[in-house]
Design a binder for this molecule. Structure first.
Ligand code: HEM
Length: 509
């Protein structure tokens, strides 16, 4: 080896050491002052955490860092930094937190939203993009359209249970699209099974942010089940059985339908009938990917539909204008139910849809991604293992981009702007998260939720609930879910807006 090569290598080594030391000395991004050891344990809260995160953004800037007993939490508060880090550096910003309770003990670790970044998550995402790509959605349009009337009927049959009607709509559509199973009754056994498991996940296993003592102290998982204090293990064993059943039950039904030649085209049947067949591993992926869609679509769709009602109650002038637009395109009354072909003729309805997504922000901090390597951004060190939250709430309430951001104003999307500005302002670029874990259901939502809104606007009179004296009671929404911006149940009066609308809803032909 020549002397000059040796010198060059030595210089490189010195530079590397200096770089590594320099990195170690780099500051973390700013954030609220931590307590020694425990960190910011007193700063975090379960209710509307996105509001606290946005206050920190105002004080500390686009990236905020805090920690809880050493576990880093990073908030990316602008579209710019979320795109730079989660999109452009997706190779290291795409893991999920290892959740011992939900993942290992309750058996949900193979659901797409929980899988660690690696071969499994990549295989699952590939399957999802096959079944839910933009190009594949029009094939589901007839199904989506045929689910609308039963939804409206359910709303009229039980106007006090709007959430139940949306749950059945989203659940039925999902079972149909994913498994080809048609739901004809509200107590359909497949619906009941997957709903039960979804309820367990949302309201028991991951409620309160999904962090259990065993997630922080993993050795607790080795406690014998009978020990006092190991109640979480006994619960987990019961919940795991429920979750596994909800994965197998509809999946086995598709397989049986394929065997008897009665399967209708669906996400599962298409993948299961590949000309070359599927390996055991592929089957495992299809089964878990299929199941993941149900749970992931439920709270999000319900939350979005509830915000749509809240918006229509608070801004009746927009409801009236959307209905007038529908009447002029479809005939008064309306003449018929809206279809996807009508969409280009309904720009105001389109704007209501976009503004609902912006105003609602159904998952305000998205789902946290885990950073798998130390990263340096604009002179700040973001340590490996940090949980990265895209603060979608702050992005969609940014007054520079959306003047008077708290006001529900669909007109902001009717303003003529160039294509680049329109893309930058489109909330659908952000409400579904960022990077390699971005919501794979976004294209389906683009169709299913649009038609849901259009059908409600076309046929329903949406007004406040009234008290015993007949006075209107305007809802004051309360949010106490820590992940989704789901309002607690509120009163609303939903009636057919005309005799013609009632006939359209009840029509069986
Ligand atoms: C209005 C409706 C919806 C909203 C606002 C929404 C939003 C989101 C968000 C914010 C994430 C986290 C993304 C991230 O980590 O960066 C997510 C993940 C996910 N969503 Fe959706 N979603 C909706 C509907 C759906 C539907 C209908 C499906 C399935 C058919 C679905 C399937 C999923 C799955 C499987 C994940 C986990 C992806 C992963 O971890 O790789 N979502 N969604």
């Amino acid at each position: 080896m020549s002397v000059s090569l040796l010198v060059a290598l030595a210089a490189l080594a010195v530079a590397l050491v200096a770089y590594v030391r320099g990195r170690a000395r780099l500051p973390y991004p700013p954030g609220p002052k931590p307590w020694p050891v425990l960190g910011n344990v007193t700063d975090v809260r379960a209710n509307e955490f996105w509001l606290a995160a946005t206050d920190w953004a105002k004080e500390h800037g686009e990236i905020v860092y805090l920690h809880i007993a050493g576990q880093g939490l990073v908030f990316l508060n602008s579209i710019r930094v979320a795109t730079e880090l989660m999109d452009k550096r997706g190779a290291i910003y795409s893991d999920r937190a290892p959740l011992v309770m939900a993942g290992e003990l309750c058996g949900a670790g193979d659901m797409v939203a929980f899988t660690r970044y690696g071969p499994v998550s990549r295989r699952q995402r590939r399957l999802m993009s096959l079944g839910l790509s933009k190009a594949s959605i029009p094939a589901y349009h007839p199904l989506i359209a045929s689910s609308t009337r039963p939804f409206l009927r359910n709303v009229l049959a039980s106007p006090d249970d709007f959430v139940g009607a949306v749950r059945r709509y989203a659940g039925g559509l999902n079972l149909n699209v994913v498994y080809g199973l048609e739901v004809t009754r509200n107590d359909d056994p497949y619906l009941m099974k997957v709903e039960g498991a979804t309820d367990l996940l949302a309201n028991h296993i991951t409620s309160g942010g999904g962090i259990w003592a065993v997630d922080i102290l993993p050795f607790l998982k080795h406690l014998p089940d009978w020990l006092p204090g190991a109640g979480f293990k006994r619960k987990a064993a019961i919940w795991k059985k429920e979750i596994f059943e909800s994965v197998d039950f509809p999946y086995n039904a598709v397989k049986a339908n394929i065997a008897t030649g009665t399967a209708v085209p669906s996400f599962c049947s298409t993948l299961l009938q590949q000309p070359d067949g599927l390996s055991e591993l592929d089957e495992f992926d299809v089964k878990w990917t299929a199941n993941s869609m149900y749970a992931a679509s439920m709270d999000t769709t319900i939350t979005t539909a509830q915000h749509f009602l809240l918006a229509m109650l608070a801004y009746p002038e927009h409801l009236k204008r959307a209905q007038a637009e529908i009447d002029s395109a479809l005939g008064s009354g309306p003449g018929r139910l809206p279809t996807f072909e009508d969409r280009p003729m309904l720009p105001f309805v389109e704007a209501v849809f976009a503004e609902t997504m912006r105003w609602a922000v159904p998952v305000p901090l998205a789902l946290p991604h885990r950073l798998t390597e130390d990263d340096v951004f604009e002179g700040k060190l973001i340590p490996k293992g940090s949980l990265i939250f895209a603060n979608v709430w702050a992005m969609l309430r940014d007054p520079e981009v959306y003047p008077e951001p708290d006001v529900f104003n669909p007109e902001r999307f009717l303003e003529k702007v160039d294509d680049a500005t329109a893309r930058l302002r489109d909330p659908r670029g952000y409400v579904f998260g960022f990077g390699r874990r971005k919501c794979p259901g976004a294209h389906l939502v683009e169709s299913s939720v649009w038609l849901l809104f259009a059908a409600m606007l076309a046929t329903l009179d949406i007004s406040p609930a009234v008290d015993a004296e007949g006075h209107p009671r305007h809802p004051v929404p309360v949010f106490d879910n820590s992940v989704f911006r789901t309002p607690n149940p509120f009163g609303v009066t939903l009636r057919p807006r005309s005799e013609q609308a009632r006939r359209l809803i009840e029509d069986d032909t």
